[in-house]
Every structure is written in structure tokens, then in C-alpha cells.
Design a protein around this ligand. Structure first.
Ligand SMILES: NC(=O)c1ccc[n+]([C@@H]2O[C@H](COP(=O)([O-])OP(=O)(O)OC[C@H]3O[C@@H](n4cnc5c(N)ncnc54)[C@H](OP(=O)(O)O)[C@@H]3O)[C@@H](O)[C@H]2O)c1
Length: 303
């Protein structure tokens, strides 16, 4: 069996498409376009998984479905799995999935800490234990809560090698002013914000500023946590979307977001492996040009 490192090298040599052997099964790993993290040059595939709801569902549905979602992402060249640790049983079950020998070194795992003070420090160390890791790829302060107290802890964890990258999340436009004032004194590796054709508040000011500052950007809420589909379910896709090979409303949103070259990765949340596959495959579609993006905005604003 190929080792992980060798397998990665093999993917690189083969242009990203190769056969991998894992846990006795053989699976095809496809390539996905990547973008560089400005602070290091390390690259990340541009579609990831937001795992909040599928991990929560472990309590009722068991772990098989979320494992299938993670494997669908990886089999289509994705690596980024965004997590929000909260419940010991669910987090341990998810930890077992992402620690499987064939997944462990393939994934880029992010965690969003939502506790302050000592509870936040405990949350981080519990997560290391539950995910069976000595370090986490990206540790975020969730929703900028208690940032003054919590940010020094993240810097210390990065210094000690327990966090490879550190960042903050702001998943609603009402947090952007606080985010901008934080960025006046600190330079995180990553910022995770909401952005889509339906939530465009970051487009004119925040996204260009993050690009100028060399900060990697993760995108949440590409589908407004599902409300986007409810809003459009009775609408057919306009014929002009065929110009950029768009075949569904999910692709419409993702292609609009990915047209911004400064976005590092879009986190799509799904409990459905087929949806994960669709989202991952959208990464390889052409992005709409400026004229098409204007039409997309006008269509959504009128919908
Ligand atoms: N830290 C923060 O402050 C924060 C806040 C919000 C979000 N986030 C992150 O961002 C991630 C994603 O954002 P979100 O939670 O707002 O969810 P989202 O990705 O905007 O929307 C999820 C919804 O879209 C559906 N969906 C996904 N792919 C689809 C497809 N191809 N076709 C049809 N339906 C599809 C899902 O249903 P199915 O399950 O049926 O596919 C689900 O109902 C979260 O998991 C989390 O990682 C972070």
C-alpha cells in the first residue's frame, strides 16, 4: 500500500488524479482546484465541508452518513472539514471518522471554539483528545466572542505547534465592524465569513481588504443554511447560466462565490453524500465572468 506521503506525491506527479488504496478498499481520488494560503503558500482545495449539522445528526442517525459525506469530499479531491466541537459523544464519533488511517493526513481540520476563558482552553484540549490529534490545522475564535481574552491563547497554541494556523469567524454582517477593528491590530492567518450571491455585504469592502492584507478566507453560509433553496425552489435556472455550465441552484451559488479569486475555500454543509459530490465537482466548473455575475445579482435581487 502507498504511504500517505507517497500517495500525495503520486497525486501531484499524476496531475492530481490517481487511485488510492485505503482500508482494504480501492477508491478513485479525483483532483480539485486549489488556492494558496497567503501566509505560507500551502494550498487548499476550494470546496470543503461545514460539518456542524451532519455531526450533530450522529446522535440520532449514527456515524455512517457523515462518514460517507467526508469520504465523498475526499474522493473528489477535497480536504477542508470545518467543525464546531460541542458534544463529547458526537465529537468522539466524528474524531474516529476523521482519524481513519486513510483520511487522517488527507484532511485539513478546522475548529471553531465558542467558549471563553478557561472553558475555551478546556474546549481546545478536549477537542485534541476527541479528534485524537496533537495539533489542529486551523483554530478559530467563533463569532469574535471574548476575543481579547481568547486570541492570546490561540497565539500561544500556534507558537507551541498545537495550532498550525489561527483565525476568527464572523458569519453575519453585523460582526464586520468588530472584525475590521480587530484586524487593525492583528493579522490572523484565516478569516471565516458568510458570503454568497444572496449575502453580498462583504463584497465591496471586506473581501478586498482581506486580500490586501494577505489573509486566507473561508466562506460559510453559501446556501444561507438551506433558506437559499427554499427561496428559489419554484424558479427555473435562467438559460444564460448554461454559458458557465451551471446546472443547479447549488452550482449557481458556488460558482458565483468561487469567481472571487481571493476566496480560499467555500464550506458547504450537507448531510447528503450526493450533495457533497455535487458541491465538490462544482469546483472544476468555469466561473462566471463580470457580466454574468451582474446578471446573477440582478436575478437574485428580483427573485
Ligand atoms: N463559526 C460560525 O460562526 C459559523 C456560522 C455559520 C456557519 N459556519 C460554517 O459554515 C458551514 C456551512 O454554512 P451553513 O451552516 O450556513 O450551511 P449552508 O452550506 O449554507 O447550507 C446547508 C444547507 O444546504 C443544503 N445543501 C448543501 N448542498 C446542497 C446541494 N448540492 N443541493 C441541495 N441542497 C444542498 C443542505 O441540505 P442537505 O443536508 O440535505 O444537503 C443544508 O440544508 C457550517 O457547517 C459551519 O462549518 C460557521
Amino acid at each position: 500500500m502507498l504511504t500517505t506521503t507517497t500517495r500525495r506525491e503520486f497525486f501531484a506527479l499524476s496531475g492530481g488524479a490517481a487511485l488510492g488504496c485505503a482500508s482494504g478498499t480501492v477508491w478513485a481520488q479525483q483532483s480539485m482546484p486549489v488556492r494558496a494560503i497567503p501566509s505560507t503558500g500551502e494550498t487548499l482545495p476550494i470546496i470543503g465541508l461545514g460539518s456542524t449539522r451532519p455531526v450533530t445528526a450522529i446522535a440520532e442517525d449514527g456515524p455512517d452518513r457523515v462518514e460517507a459525506v467526508v469520504r465523498a469530499l475526499v474522493e473528489h479531491g477535497g480536504r477542508v472539514v470545518d467543525t464546531w466541537p460541542r458534544n463529547a459523544d458526537n465529537d468522539r464519533a466524528f474524531g474516529r471518522i476523521i482519524s481513519a488511517p486513510d483520511l487522517r493526513d488527507e484532511l485539513f481540520v478546522t475548529i471553531n471554539l465558542d467558549q471563553g476563558g478557561q472553558a475555551g482552553i478546556d474546549q481546545f484540549h478536549q477537542t485534541l483528545d476527541r479528534y485524537n490529534r496533537d495539533s489542529i490545522d486551523l483554530v478559530n475564535v467563533g463569532s469574535l466572542i471574548d476575543l481579547d481574552i481568547r486570541w492570546p491563547s490561540l497565539k500561544a497554541w500556534k507558537e507551541m505547534g498545537q495550532a498550525r494556523y489561527i483565525g476568527v469567524t464572523a458569519a453575519q454582517a453585523t460582526l464586520y465592524d468588530r472584525l475590521e477593528s480587530f484586524l487593525q491590530s492583528e493579522t490572523p492567518d484565516f478569516v471565516e465569513i458568510n458570503y454568497s450571491v444572496t449575502e453580498r455585504e462583504a463584497e465591496l469592502r471586506l473581501l478586498p481588504m482581506l486580500a490586501d492584507r494577505g489573509i486566507a478566507v473561508l466562506i460559510s453560509r453559501p446556501f444561507m443554511n438551506g433558506a437559499y433553496f427554499e427561496r428559489l425552489e419554484d424558479q427555473p435556472l435562467p438559460a444564460w447560466t448554461a454559458d458557465f455550465e451551471c446546472r443547479s441552484w447549488a452550482q449557481f451559488s458556488l460558482q458565483y462565490i468561487l469567481a472571487n479569486p481571493n476566496i480560499s475555500c467555500v464550506l458547504t454543509e450537507t448531510t447528503n453524500p450526493a450533495h457533497m459530490t455535487e458541491n465538490a465537482l462544482t469546483a472544476s466548473k468555469p466561473v462566471p465572468n463580470a457580466d454574468a455575475r451582474r446578471r446573477m445579482r440582478e436575478f437574485i435581487d428580483a427573485a
